[in-house]
Design a protein around this ligand. Structure first.
Ligand code: SAH
Length: 354
């Protein structure tokens, strides 16, 4: 039993069951015991590994795609470069290195890192301090300039609420106590949460998930991009049309019971790309397209070959395995999707076959 489990149990005793979203938020971001405030949540030695931690090629491709899009939109002389949930800063560090030779890009970039975890902000400072980053407290605080933003494996950790269709109504998944232990169960609720409009077609027993925070963030950034130009690139696992349930816990690279050890596991669920596209109006969208096809379209195969030419034996085997892991349909290639949101009068961002 973790210290956070005790805190959550006494919270439930005082104020009643929590929605899944409230439970996720406490487990992930509790200032002391939350998963993302632990010393090593991400990376080969952490609980799970993300694409930029697998190979430098991922950040290089994304960086060059952002820079090409910036050029396509007239190379604005000052823009906000935003990483949402930058983790250990690896993605942004690879992006900035790869774009070092794109004339004017780095000097025009004002680096913004949107991060809720204090311990990861420290890691990001150590990694990216040379680029003078700022950590905005709110996405409403971004400067009035074009915005080029990347969110890799960020949306999937934003809190979700889960509902089950019962008759013509809904029941919501709540976290409560049973004989003192944390348990999930469905409790009937009124449909005022606004799910009927989108999920009115569901039949008895169907489970759906909504992620209000993700839609709000997307809509705020979309409004900014509609006014000032730019791009929001979202990379995550999920589908354009989601069917639930997809809420899950991952600990030590394995799936786990989300109630077992709060604060020790990453809690996520698949991203509903259709919902994000809807929230991004009036922006145009490209994708969601599979990550493997996207990276190949950007030229990762050539980059992998040129890096391989310098490597031998174990390093070469590791590099080949990392390349496969990013693009192969049975690894991350199909499960992960890429969605670009951009102004309707701008060219389609690179990486999407049109
Ligand atoms: N993009 C990185 C890390 C992904 S992990 C990579 O690809 O490696 C998710 C990141 O989002 C972590 O940095 C975590 O601390 C951050 N995060 C989680 N919830 C957040 C929230 N509500 N607001 C801001 N950052 C959040």
């Amino acid at each position: 039993m973790t210290a956070l489990a005790d805190i959550i149990r006494s919270h439930i005793r005082q104020t009643g069951p929590l929605t899944l979203a409230q439970y996720m938020e406490m487990c992930l971001l509790h200032p002391e015991h939350g998963y993302y405030n632990q010393p090593t949540p991400i990376g080969a030695r952490g609980g799970f590994i993300t694409a930029p931690e697998i190979s430098q090629m991922f950040g290089e491709m994304v960086g060059l795609a952002l820079a090409a899009c910036w050029q396509d939109q007239g190379s604005p002389p000052a823009f906000a470069l935003l990483d949402l949930g930058p983790g250990r800063g690896t993605l942004m560090s690879d992006c900035l290195r790869a774009t070092g030779r794109v004339e004017g890009f780095r000097s025009a970039a004002r680096l913004h890192l949107f991060e809720a975890s204090r311990s990861l902000r420290n890691v990001q400072m150590a990694r990216l301090g040379a680029f003078d980053p700022v950590w905005p407290r709110s996405l409403m605080e971004l400067p009035a300039m074009p915005l080029f933003a990347i969110a890799n494996e960020f949306i999937d950790v934003l809190p979700v609420r889960q509902f089950r269709r019962i008759g013509r109504g809904w029941a919501e998944c709540m976290v409560g106590l049973k004989k003192g232990a944390l348990t999930m169960g469905f409790v009937s609720c009124d449909a005022s949460v606004g799910i009927n409009d989108r999920f009115g077609h569901c039949v008895e027993g169907d489970i759906v998930e909504i992620r209000p925070a993700a839609e709000q963030i997307t809509s705020t950034l979309a409004g900014h991009i509609a006014r000032h130009g730019g791009l929001l690139l979202i990379i995550d696992y999920g589908e354009e049309k989601l069917t639930g349930p997809t809420f899950q816990a991952v600990t030590d690279h394995q799936s786990a019971d989300p109630m077992a050890a709060p604060g020790n596991a990453d809690l996520t669920s698949h991203v509903d790309f259709g919902g994000l596209i809807g929230a991004a109006a009036p922006l145009a969208h490209a994708g969601p397209c599979p990550q493997g096809a996207y990276l190949e379209c950007l030229g990762i195969t050539e980059r992998a070959r040129s890096l391989a030419a310098e490597l031998r034996e174990r390093e070469l085997a590791e590099h080949t395995a990392a390349f496969r892991r990013l693009v192969h349909p049975e690894e991350m290639g199909n499960l992960f999707k890429v969605l670009a949101l951009y102004p309707p009068d701008a060219p389609v961002p690179p990486g999407f076959v049109t």
